[in-house]
Design a protein around this ligand. Structure first.
Ligand code: AMP
Ligand code: MG
Length: 319
C-alpha cells in the first residue's frame, strides 16, 4: 500500500526515512510532483525507471536542498553560479559536468559525464531533502508517456502500490516542468523550455540561449552519439563467449567466460541488472577489451530499457 502522507513535520520525517531506506517517495515541487529516490542508491534509481515503466534510460534530475549540496556533485562555472544565485530555489535545472568524485548513481546520468541538478522552492520539499540527507533523483511522478501530475491524487491514481509514499503538499504552484539549461558546453543552451521564462535567463546572461537542433547530442541524450558508448564493440544476445571477448552476463554464467566477466545479476533480477549496467560497461571498458559479448536480456519490464541502451551502445559508431 502506498502511504498518503501529509506535510506535517512527522510525516515529512517519515518520508525522509523511507528515502534513506532506498524506498521511492513522491513529493511536490513548484513545477510538478516528482518520483523521488536516493540518487546514490543504484537500486533505488533503477526502481524509479521501473515504477514509471520507462522504456529507456533518460537522465534524471537530481534535487538538493541548496546550492552548496549540489556543488558536492557537480562543477559550477562562474556562469552556473550566477544562474543558481539568481534563480534557485526555483524552476531551473542546470546540466553541469559531474565531479570525478561524485557518488551519484551513473543511472542518473544515463552514462553521460554530466548531471542535471536543481533546488526546488517549496519549504516542504527542501525540508524533506535536508532530512533525507541525500541527493534525490526525481523525474515527474507519472507512468511513461502520461502527463505530469500536479496533485497528490494524480500520483496516487497512477503509481499507487508501485511506490512507498506520496507526500501531499497540495497543488503545484507552477504546474509545468522546470526549464533545463545546459552549461556543459562552451555556450549555454536551452534543452527544455519550462517554468522559468527564457527571456528571464537571457536578460541575466545578456545573450541569447542556444537552441538545440532537433537531433543534436544534448537535445535527446538517450539517442545519441555523445551518449556514453563503450570503447569496445558489443555483440548482443551472445550465448557463448569467444576467447578474445569479455562477457556481460545475466543470470547463469557459461563455463568459459572469456577474458573478463561482469554479471549484471547472478539471480537474473532485472532491477539489479539495470542498477549495474553503466558501471558494468565502464568496468569492462577499463579492462581494455575490444569486444564484449552480451547475454540475452529478457525484453520485459526494465529489460526493455536495458536492451534499448545496449542496442544504442552496439550500434555503428558515428564519429
Ligand atoms: P524529467 O526528469 O522527466 O522531468 O526530465 C528531465 C529532463 O532533463 C529531460 O528532458 C532530460 O533529457 C533532461 N536531462 C536530465 N539530465 C540531463 C543531462 N545530464 N544532460 C542533458 N539533459 C538532461
Ligand atoms: Mg516527465
Amino acid at each position: 500500500m502506498t502511504l498518503h502522507l501529509s506535510n506535517s513535520p512527522q510525516d515529512i520525517a517519515k518520508a525522509a526515512e523511507l528515502l534513506q531506506q532506498g524506498e521511492l517517495v513522491s513529493f511536490a515541487t513548484e513545477t510538478v510532483y516528482g518520483l523521488g529516490g536516493n540518487a546514490r542508491d543504484d537500486q533505488a534509481v533503477a526502481g524509479i525507471f521501473e515504477a514509471k515503466g520507462r522504456p529507456r534510460f533518460n537522465p534524471l534530475i537530481v534535487h538538493f536542498p541548496d546550492r552548496q549540496a549540489a556543488a558536492q556533485e557537480v562543477l559550477f562555472s562562474p556562469m552556473a553560479l550566477e544562474l543558481a544565485e539568481a534563480f534557485w530555489p526555483g524552476p531551473l535545472t542546470l546540466v553541469l559536468p559531474r565531479r570525478e568524485d561524485s557518488r551519484i548513481s551513473l543511472l542518473c546520468s544515463a552514462g553521460l559525464d554530466t548531471l542535471a541538478v536543481r533546488v526546488p522552492a517549496p519549504e516542504t520539499a527542501r525540508t524533506l531533502l535536508r532530512m533525507a540527507d541525500c541527493p534525490v533523483a526525481a523525474p515527474s511522478a507519472n507512468r511513461a508517456g502520461k502527463i505530469s501530475p500536479t496533485r497528490a491524487e494524480h500520483v496516487m491514481d497512477e503509481l499507487s502500490r508501485r511506490i512507498a509514499a506520496v507526500l501531499d503538499d497540495g497543488a503545484c504552484t507552477i504546474g509545468v516542468e522546470s526549464t533545463v539549461v545546459s552549461l556543459a558546453d562552451e555556450r549555454p543552451s536551452l534543452l527544455r523550455p519550462g517554468g522559468l521564462a527564457r527571456e528571464e535567463l537571457e536578460n541575466l546572461l545578456g545573450a541569447p540561449l542556444e537552441l538545440p537542433v532537433a537531433d543534436s547530442p544534448v537535445a535527446s541524450p538517450g539517442m545519441l552519439r555523445s551518449h556514453y558508448a563503450p570503447q569496445a564493440i558489443l555483440r548482443l544476445n551472445a550465448t557463448s563467449v569467444g576467447a578474445e571477448e569479455a562477457y556481460l552476463a545475466f543470470g547463469s554464467e557459461p563455463e568459459d567466460k572469456g577474458k573478463a566477466c561482469f554479471n549484471l545479476s547472478p539471480a537474473g533480477d532485472l532491477r539489479e541488472a539495470a542498477a549495474n549496467l553503466f558501471a558494468a560497461l565502464r568496468e569492462l571498458d577499463r579492462s581494455g577489451i575490444s569486444m564484449i559479448a552480451v547475454a540475452p536480456i529478457p525484453d520485459t519490464g526494465l529489460g526493455q530499457a536495458i536492451n534499448d541502451r545496449l542496442q544504442r551502445a552496439a550500434a555503428p559508431r558515428v564519429t
